[in-house]
Design a protein around this ligand. Sequence first.
Ligand code: GLY
Length: 577
Amino acid sequence: MGHACVTAATVLALLTLVPPAQAEPAPPIIAGIARNLPILARNGMVVAQEKIAARIGLDVLKRGGNAVDAAVATGFALAVTLPRAGNLGGGGFMVVHLARENRDIALDYRETAPAAATADVFLDATGAADPQKSRDSGLGVGVPGTVAGLAHAREKWGSGKFSLAELIAPAIRLAREGVVVEDDLADSLPQGARRLARWPSSRAIFLKPDGAPFGPGEKLVQADLAATLERIAAGGPRAFYEGETAQKIAAAVRGAGGLMTPDDLKGYAPVERQVVRGTYRGHEIVSMPPPSSGGVHLIELLNVLEHFPIRETGPQTASTIHVMTEAMKLAFADRAEWLADPDFVKIPLSGLLSKKYAARLAAEISTERARPSAEIGHVDPAPYESDQTTHFSVVDREGNAVANTYTLNFSYGLGLVADGTGVLLNNELDDFAAKPGAPNAFGLVGGKANAPGPKKRPLSSMTPTIVLKDGKPEIVTGSPGGPRIITTVLEQISDLIDHGMNAAEAMEAPRFHHQWLPDELRVERGLSLDTIRLLRDKGQNVVVGGTLGSVATIQIFEGLMMGAADSRQRGTAAVGW
Ligand code: GLY
């Protein structure tokens, strides 16, 4: 691929590079040995970033629904209880494993650019990328996919025991009666207040008359959202994409300087895609294909890691973190070069996913010396901004599994509620490369492939993933975190498979992230100073601070479901029965 420079020495090394064998890991350690313990269940489990929505999904499972029914109920509920990321006005991706048919499906309900979007839509008069346009104006709003996606999932893969209206009913009740502000809502509202305050329609819902956000113990009532949900319950997704709701959404976007029309909404459709597949030390990886880059680079990274004795070098050591970091740089350089909406751009998917290509990348990695990102390529990076997406994982007793990640992009998206609908709108189109080499809000760069275009989907990093062992779900996982999603999911899978951790231990382990540009290895607090020194000795630009990702993982071992919700955010929950 683009950055890999094959020399005679590389080829020689390649010939000798056979992935080292690792002994089969022991069963996940549980009580008496592990310091962190997962929640256990046998009949069904939901792990989500907000506890009321997780319990709503569990209730559906208890009432005979399958994992897809539960996921749909949780997805609608999160739009009310976790409004900074749960949504009707955004989009996302769902990976489903159907036990009876032994089938894996990827559902793409990513937002699309309006038909009037052009390649230069986010440039200023001088031809420079103008982040204000993609992040803070109606131009950044993609046509929402969530309502169509969740409805499609229920219709195609739900148990048939629950109507869409029944699965939406708890969300309607919560929106109408109000939710008590606590946990993540209490944390995120003050942070989002400035963005929300820019729009009277948003202020009226999320802020009090004095301009302060609702605080802990107060009630957030979303009456307009309840009415929109009621229209969807009565009329199906068309009641969102056509008529009153669609007109109000298009008007709000245009009022904020965007290009969306009611026809854009009418024309929106989710897409069923082939999952991307790989293997990692005998486990089958099933993940999201483009327009998310998540699954492709997760598999690319795991293929590279197979060439290193990660189990022997151990968790949280400088040796392991260094090798994983070097692999991350190469994968993210590929991301910038190749990945985009597959309906518009040809992606060399089989190459990126191949074991041969991974062997070539592995041969480029020195276990002793960090390779500067500039050697791989150079583009000016941008600082990180906040990222807010949300993931939930569901399994049922039949062995069906759902990994779902969806988002408004920024926390509370653009911050604009389409007046009269209660629907917060995304600013997802910032995930396009406004101009080749111009970084988006996550510091991610891209080339022409990910340029904006009419009806095109911007490239994502969301990585809803199911790991199968002998054809059955073994790990269901995913995370928010923009580009950090990919590395967070990678570390989860490595911790579980390589190091025999249980889901709770893997969740607690300090995380690290490199995305090629900027050339920095970000690590969470908790990594030992000795380890950081050893990494710096190898040439890694270690930056300590912040949190990375927020996983929702279910591990299944001999029918036992073990769940862990991330402690990096308050109010997350793993619930089972
Ligand atoms: N908006 C973040 C992502 O899709 O990766």
